[in-house]
Ligand binder design. Structure first.
Ligand code: SF4
Ligand code: SF4
Length: 441
């Protein structure tokens, strides 16, 4: 049992011979000493607790030591499905003297929280990993690809190193007007927090434009921060750059304080997570919705085309929308509202959804992860999606469209179309002459 967060040393009970009685026949059997250890506390002869001391030094890092080796976490760990991983294996690695802070293993966890869901000891990798990485970052032991992202975020306020003045360029292709608050600072209902990939990535921009058209069709009063937007910084925090996250949070809260809005809506489950759970700890209290939660109660008002062919669609739950924040239904409500869509679930879905590999900084560590796994997590997921017979893999996280499109190509599943849910809604709705929706607006 843990005492003040630490384990008691096991009591060693060695017997020369163990006698076991059958509960059916009543016969007794004698087992030699090496067998009787199965019935007594396991004795670990090669172990040290020094590796755990380094983890314990930072708040959040202590729980890895609580592992008692039941093994429940390993089969649900998405990284173990394609490699060798999971809290139990990491615990044993440290226990045997491994230096987690200076090993590639530190960077493979996507903080997807599937292990925490099943762990009886509440070993919490969502806290352990950022804490351990923070120490590694402090010592300069950061993978090069991640260091680049930290530097870009620090300089430009976005992980892609793009010019902040180009934040709102995507609006030009939307076909509907999008209000930019710094130019038109009137109060607004929905502050649409676009985040990096929907602002700058070509496939993300298409989804942002689709959102603008759908929201306009539904009569949503929304506006963006445009050049004043900075990333909320959740993935940088999970990747160990807490100082950068704190600085970003201060900037973002100062910007938000300049404008009047009722709620924040974002397409990014990481931004959603941080605005909901991390910003309040720093004084930033907002009503925050994922875009699927905004649209789900309104979707019945969206005028839909009547000429859509039947299509099998499967849906990938983003870890930070589903498992971390409990939203599984809003995306499915939207998909079921589209005429012709037959929603088929993958075996791993909802609470047991499989991680795309992009969480916890994994978005920027594909090179390092790829050298430790048989295939990328996104490739594994695409093969699971294709196995359902679906024609479309629907997503609702900005990280996922490009990840899964790449994975569909590299696994030979080009027939699988990857679409953000809002793109499917946009394709399905009746367009009016001004580019928005029809009479349902
Ligand atoms: S589920 Fe928890 S206690 Fe069991 S092996 Fe995994 S980390 Fe250890
Ligand atoms: S958080 Fe996810 S990736 Fe990390 S160890 Fe747990 S199950 Fe594996």
């Amino acid at each position: 049992m843990p005492i003040a967060g630490r384990k008691e040393a096991p009591v060693v009970v060695e017997k020369e011979v163990a006698t076991v009685a059958s509960t059916i026949s009543g016969r007794t059997t004698e087992l030699p000493a090496n067998w009787n250890r199965m019935f007594e506390p396991r004795v670990l002869r090669e172990h040290t607790s020094s590796g755990f001391a380094a983890l314990r030094a930072v708040e959040g890092g202590e729980s890895l030591e609580w592992c008692y080796g039941c093994g429940k976490c390993v089969p649900v760990c998405p990284v173990d499905v394609v490699g060798e991983y999971g809290p139990r294996k990491l615990h044993r690695f440290v226990q045997r003297g491994g230096d987690l802070l200076h090993d590639d293993l530190l960077w493979l966890c996507t903080t997807c929280a599937n292990c925490l869901r099943v762990c009886p000891k509440e070993v919490n990798m969502v806290r352990v990993m950022p804490a351990a990485r923070e120490q590694a970052v402090g010592q300069g032991a950061v993978p090069r690809e991640l260091q680049d992202v930290f530097e870009k975020t620090f300089r430009y306020g976005n992980c892609l190193g793009e010019n902040p003045r180009r934040r709102a360029l995507w609006t030009r292709g939307a076909g509907v007007p999008v209000r930019v608050l710094p130019q038109d600072p009137q109060p607004v209902d929905v502050l649409f927090y676009v985040e990096d990939y929907w602002s700058y990535h070509p496939r993300g921009q298409q989804a942002a434009q689709a959102f603008a058209r759908v929201a306009t069709a539904l009569g949503v009063d929304f506006a963006i921060l445009g050049p004043e937007e900075r990333t909320v910084g959740d993935s940088q925090r999970l990747a160990g750059e807490r100082g950068l996250f704190e600085a970003l949070a201060e900037q973002v809260m100062a910007t938000l304080a300049k404008y009047q809005f009722a709620r924040i809506v974002t397409p990014d489950p990481h931004a959603f997570n941080a605005l909901l759970k991390e910003y309040p700890k720093r004084g930033g209290h907002y009503e925050v919705l994922h875009y699927t939660q905004l649209l789900a109660p309104l979707v019945d008002r969206l005028p839909m085309r009547s000429d859509l062919p039947p299509r099998r669609v499967t849906f990938h739950d983003p870890c930070y929308l589903g498992r971390h924040n409990g939203e599984y239904d809003a995306p499915r409500t939207l998909l079921r509202a589209i005429p012709g869509v037959e929603l088929v679930e993958m075996a791993r879905c909802r609470e047991n959804g499989y991680c795309c590999g992009g969480g916890g900084g994994g978005m920027w560590l594909d090179g390092l992860s790829g050298s430790h796994t048989r295939e990328r997590l996104s490739e594994r997921r695409v093969r699971e999606a294709a196995a359902t017979g679906a024609e479309v893999l629907a997503v609702c996280c900005p990280y996922e469209v490009s990840r899964f499109e790449d994975a569909a190509k590299s696994t030979g599943n080009e027939q699988l179309v990857v679409r953000d849910i809002v793109e499917l809604l946009d394709e399905a709705m009746v367009k009016s002459a001004d580019g928005g929706g029809g009479d349902g607006a």
